[in-house]
Design a protein around this ligand. Sequence first.
Ligand code: DSN
Length: 415
Amino acid sequence: MNILSSDPAVAHAMQNELERQRNGLEMIPSENFVSRTVLAALGSVATNKYAEGYPGKRYYGGCANIDVIESLAIDRAKQLFSAEHVNVQPHSGAPANNAVYAALLSPGDTILGMDLSHGGHLTHGHPVTDGAKRYNFLRYKTTADGAIDYNEIEHLAREHKPKMILVGYSAYSREIDYARIALIAKEVGALTMADIAHIAGLIAGGEMNNPVPLFDVVTTTTHKTLRGPRGGMIICKAVHAKAIDKMVFPGMQGGPHENGIAAKAVAFGEALQPDFRIYAQRIRANAKVLEHELRQRNFTLMFGGTDNHLLLIDVSNKGVTGAQAEVALDHAGITVNKNTIPNDPRGPMDPSGIRLGTPAITTRGLNVEHMPLIAEWIDRAIAHHNDLDALRAIGHEVKTLMSDFPLYPNLSYID
Ligand code: DSN
């Protein structure tokens, strides 16, 4: 008997979600499928334990085993990213970023970060966030041809003397010149922070530049390309370790989620294996071929294409909005998200673009040979966005393909 089936209401919804994940093409670039080992650690007895504090310095008894688990997560993360210090307790990316700001800055300090519509992140100073009330965020933009404008960053940094320069993005698809940013920061006396949430797995797999040796602080989530559990992590130079640890706990969080930390340890162990490097290579190869195939079908790629795992596409020349494209693709079994594009004339609930990526489909086992078919499906679904029968027909084709790439075989939440 499946244990969850003793709660039929939850079990049925969970089974439906499992089937949705099995049958579709998961192309939201921030999503992935964890291993069964990571799943097992998440659903483990570590969830029962309070362990406020850090390994060897806890405010609760009975933490010896938890100390081993958390130390494994820390040591493996340090090895993965060549880090001096790691805190694995942040519950996710936004709390990690907020803890760094609070640890290293004072209210009113200036932070230079990228505008959300140009690929940045909400927590990098969007006016709707609490952080935007506490700090003076200045937001740089990409150039007309889609690159990061390092000259503008330099100009803004010289003019405004920020306390921190922030790079790392959630919809930007090109490599980042961390050395150039570090030079600008040094000149104006700013701290450097990189939010590598989207590309952490590509960095760990040796496919993209690693900011850790150059930057003061690097934050990430653990559940995107890194293929771990939903969670966050802060990597920093030893000189910032005390301030950051104190701000994560007790400054901002209470008891760490040790089941999540156990799952992080497992995921980092997996990312240290040689085949994770091959996985990272395949993510990029798939994205590059998909870029080519979509271009052939007259799609407009922002930032001039991709160096990483994601593509930001302006769909307005296809006669649809981002929201219409997202819904049509959903009906066709292809999950993407609507997304604003640089200088988007439309709003975030119905923007001009969609964002899609290859980490999850690469985990499923799809390779470059499948990308032309996927581009064809995307093109067909958007062209027939008002034709539910046509969309469902694509969904059927998607399901047939994905049945050749089993997800969690033998897993079931119902009897
Ligand atoms: N929500 C994440 C993403 O989809 O990129 C960023 O926080």
